[in-house]
Design a protein around this ligand. Sequence first.
Ligand SMILES: [Zn+2]
Length: 263
Amino acid sequence: MKKLLFLVSMTLIFITAGCRKTVEFPITDLHVHLKGNFTLEDAVRKSEAENIQYGIAVNCGLGFLVQNDSQVDSFLLIMNDYPQFYVAMQAEGREWVNLFSKESIEKFDYVFTDAMTFTDEKGRRNRIWLPEETFIDDEEEFMNYLVKTLVTILNTEPVDIYVNATFLPAQMADRYDQFWTEQRMDEVINALQTNNIAMEINNRYEIPSADFIKRAKKAGVRFTVGTNNADENFSGAKYALDLIKECNLTESDFWLPVKKERI
Ligand SMILES: [Zn+2]
């Protein structure tokens, strides 16, 4: 019996140590939105309760709440009362570079974007998280155009993080590994590394894949944790924690912004 108890307790110690290994460093979710019923006060409570630091991001771009410099200032004024959070600009569409001054962009702690909105060769504005606004005539051609667009974004837009990284439209997402070939992965990894842009590990969409992350890590790309919550119904950072373990990521594999001084 004593032997059994010893074995059980040793197993428990082993499991606990294994779990602790995944949270050896603080987790910061740099992609939290005030959406649905999720308020700043909720963010304060949730962040403390789950022991996860937050970066609060506002969507900035054509058709969004923040479309010009003065709206940026209004948002930042509110965030002045919440110095515990990083403050992020989520740059939307491809038009954002012309909507905001350099000074306004630099007021944020960091800027990120994704490749989910773009105009294709036939002039159609794709928003690839919406099946009805995604135009796929040929899947391989669509994929080639998506990667080409993404690489151009990474090479030309002044962002710190590529978020919702490697997202595929619903029509193609079930064949992620087929579309994300080694050559396509390397094109993206190369652009991230050349431009010193971090890649988000996204808890909501559970992307990128472990293979993609391992390959990017090998090339020296750094990562961030992000959720991109649609409302108040999100919790923890399970996907990122799982992948940190699976891909042996350490604190130095992660990028963090520097908080700017606010008045
Ligand atoms: Zn977002």
